[in-house]
Design a protein around this ligand. Structure first.
Ligand code: TRP
Length: 474
């Protein structure tokens, strides 16, 4: 945070005002403790009172120590006052009362990001000369920050790199976990750029009931699934925080820089931490922020501190990167650009994200063809009608039908998808028939993934996870 001097023009947000009131309160307390002169104390108290008045004018609330104005902060999203019928999205919770899922347009407004519109998709096509991935065409990656900077840089032959990650909370990954990686692989191919993948085993150790050893083990198992997505070993560095942090002074220095420039009040406002959260959680956001800066990877970028970063991720990770973007210019770095995806719905419906701990909430990468079939037939929420007669008459509702939603993720053929949508909506296609198409799409896809994963040796994992120069000269 900037120095909170007596400078009105410095105040740009209620959060800063809050910080100033807090700092001034502390100053008054220490002046009293130091038994400073009455004049000095009176002046400080006067300033404190005037700041409190300004705070109230800006927020409509009385200043309360320890409670930052989260719903006014430009970096925060879900204030404690979030209405019950509003969607709630943060890195740990995704809740909506709407069967169609989260209202993503509203989220764009609330998070202050930009929509990936037709114009941007066309520009990506023009710049790369490649057909945009169906995740872009179908609004699965729907929001961004500064993607136009990345395209400008690319057109001017300036390098950039990709950064994404995964929190390894178990060895069972489900199909939803693949979405950012499938898309990242496409980005790596069309732009031909380096990729770093962060495995936050430290995060999962801090948040879950896991030992350090278990978390590290999951990191390696998850790395295999990530590698099986087809990343180029010469262009990809995968790292586990628990390992890499101790090996890389560049990484740790950036973590410390971020830590120095974000206050406890800010992370409370952004992530909802409370006084009883362990200090590991409170400082963790700096660890997820640091890979956004190229100097965290000197083995790849040498001494270059200004290689722009592009982060494909699910929208629930945005709070980390709003924080990162806020800090970046203050520590002399470029803000990372972002591409946000919608959530992959649970089989039971789009109200919530899938959970790796409920085996029936999703299709796992280890499921057999039979399990896939049974799960979809038994658990995939249907937008069809109760009886065949009614369905034929009124048609099904694709907007809430999970099998249809899954097909938008995994059926690449646009024509076929559109035909099925029409047939389902008109009632010509029954739920069972739609489910059959999904089953036949997912079974070979997962079998192929299992096949590729089987070929990945420990030696290959080790190679991907060794800090090294990649096939790019910086
Ligand atoms: N926190 C993320 C998770 O729990 C993992 C992660 C770390 C990540 N760095 C990232 C995800 C960058 C996307 C982009 O899954």
């Amino acid at each position: 945070m900037a120095d909170f001097q007596n400078c009105d023009s410095c105040i740009s947000s209620p959060l800063e005002l809050f910080e100033r009131v807090t700092a001034q309160g502390e100053k008054v307390r220490s002046l009293k403790a130091e038994k400073a002169s009455t004049d000095e104390i009176d002046a400080a108290v006067k300033l404190l009172l005037s700041l409190k008045v300004k705070y109230k004018a800006a927020t409509g609330q009385d200043y309360k120590a320890g409670s930052p104005p989260v719903d006014f902060s430009p970096m925060s999203n879900n204030g404690p006052t979030t209405a019950l019928d509003e969607d709630f999205v943060d890195p740990w919770t995704v809740q909506t009362s709407n069967a169609k899922g989260v209202d993503y347009d509203k989220l764009i407004v609330r998070f202050g990001s930009s929509k990936i519109d037709k114009e941007l998709i066309n520009r990506i096509e023009r710049v790369t000369g490649k057909t945009p991935h169906h995740f872009l065409r179908r609004g699965i990656f729907f929001s961004h920050r500064d993607m136009n900077h990345i395209l400008d840089a690319y057109e001017n032959k300036k390098p950039f790199y990709l950064y994404t990650g995964r929190g390894p909370s178990s060895d069972a990954m489900h199909v939803g976990h693949l979405i950012p990686f499938i898309f990242t692989k496409w980005l790596q191919e069309v732009f031909n750029v380096p990729l770093v993948v962060q495995l936050t085993d430290d995060e999962k150790y801090l948040w879950k009931d896991l030992t350090i050893e278990k978390a590290s083990e999951y990191a390696v198992e998850n790395a295999k699934d990530i590698i099986a997505c087809g990343f180029d070993i010469n262009k990809t560095f995968i790292f586990s925080d628990l390992d890499y942090l101790g090996m890389s002074p560049g990484f740790y220095k950036n973590i410390a820089k971020v830590q120095k420039h974000v206050t406890f009040n800010q992370v409370k406002g952004i992530f909802g931490f409370t006084d009883s959260d362990c200090i590991g959680k409170i400082s963790f956001p700096a660890i997820q922020a640091a890979p956004s800066f190229s100097s965290s990877f000197p083995q790849i970028f040498k001494d270059k501190k200004d290689i722009q970063c592009l982060i494909p991720c699910a929208i629930d990770q945005d709070p980390y990167f709003r924080m990162t973007r806020d800090v970046a210019p203050r520590i002399g770095y470029l803000k990372p650009a972002l591409l946000h995806s919608i959530f992959f719905p649970a089989l039971q419906g789009a109200q919530t994200k899938m959970s790796a701990s409920d085996p029936n909430s999703s299709i796992f990468l280890t499921d057999t063809p039979k399990q896939i079939k049974t799960k979809i037939n038994k658990h995939a929420f249907s937008g069809g009608k109760d009886t065949i007669e009614e369905h034929r008459k009124y048609g099904g509702n694709c907007e809430v039908d999970v099998s249809y939603m899954y097909l938008t993720f995994f059926l690449e053929d646009d024509d076929k998808l559109e035909k099925m949508k029409q047939a389902y909506t008109s009632g010509a296609l029954l739920t069972g028939e739609l489910k059959k198409v999904l089953i036949e799409t997912l079974q070979p896809l997962i079998a192929a993934h299992q096949q590729r994963r089987k070929q990945i040796t420990d030696e290959m994992v080790k190679q991907f996870m060794t800090p090294r120069k990649l096939a790019f000269d910086f």
